[in-house]
Design a protein around this ligand. Structure first.
Ligand SMILES: *Cc1c(COP(=O)(O)O)cnc(C)c1O
Length: 224
């Protein structure tokens, strides 16, 4: 647990440094990605001051939320229609909405549970990868407008993405271009926010204008 504290300080410093170098120097929110990490680590990090945790699997989230109700949980995993209502009830936000049907279910659950306006991010498939969910960057503005028109129960915060893995030391220009395109698009969607940046690309993401980084491994260590 001493290591956890060291990692937490290291990440906060890295965010602070990257922010100082970024153009807008805006606040950056840290989500602690606790999927496949123990509840003991979640509790320890909470005690150190971290209040927002993100999970990817409903089963795991249910177990954690039952034993420890302190955190504000955010859902960042793949959505399935029949699980959406439970996710809305346990989480304060969903960052992985990428279909009309899922948005409809989130909106209807939010209404039923009196949680509207319910914050969501739209998931972008930045590299157009077949293995990943998400709306293509070219389609996301129109998708967002359609959701705004149909679902006043949703508060569309902006865009979230898990970019293709890039080696920044080899392909810095290509990666920077891709990040900047996403960042530009995020500004015209919903509230204009961008959730980008994981353990490996935290700095680059903040420099590109991310408002929210989602850090797992660099905080908690390798997942089980
Ligand atoms: C697992 C996961 C993360 C955290 O990744 P790390 O590389 O461990 O920091 C961030 N975002 C999403 C959507 C994830 O699924």
């Amino acid at each position: 647990m001493r290591e956890l504290k060291e990692n937490y300080i290291k990440i906060q410093n890295a965010i602070h440094e990257a922010r100082k170098q970024s153009k807008d120097q805006k606040e950056v929110r840290l989500l602690a990605v606790s999927k496949k990490q123990s509840i003991e680590k979640v509790e320890a990090l909470f005690e150190l001051g971290q209040k927002e945790f993100a999970e990817s699997y409903l089963q795991e989230l249910k177990i954690k939320a039952k034993v420890f109700s302190g955190p504000s949980w955010v859902f960042i995993g793949r959505l399935q229609s029949n699980k959406i209502k439970q996710i809305v009830s346990l989480c304060s936000e969903i960052q992985s909405v990428s279909s009309f049907e899922h948005a409809r279910r989130v909106a209807s659950a939010a209404r039923e549970l009196k949680k509207e306006p319910y914050p969501v991010y739209l998931l972008v498939n930045l590299g157009g990868e077949n293995s990943k969910d998400g709306v293509l960057l070219s389609d996301v503005e129109e998708f967002s407008k359609k959701l705004e028109k149909h679902f006043p129960e949703l508060k569309i915060e902006g865009l979230m993405s898990i970019p293709p893995r890039v080696d920044f030391s080899l392909e810095e220009d290509r990666a920077t271009k891709m990040y900047n395109e996403l960042s530009k698009k995020a500004k015209v969607v919903g509230q204009g926010k961008l959730s980008l940046g994981m353990s490996e690309d935290l700095e680059q993401a903040i420099l590109a204008g991310s408002d929210c980084v989602r850090i797992g491994t660099a905080l908690f260590g390798i997942r089980k």
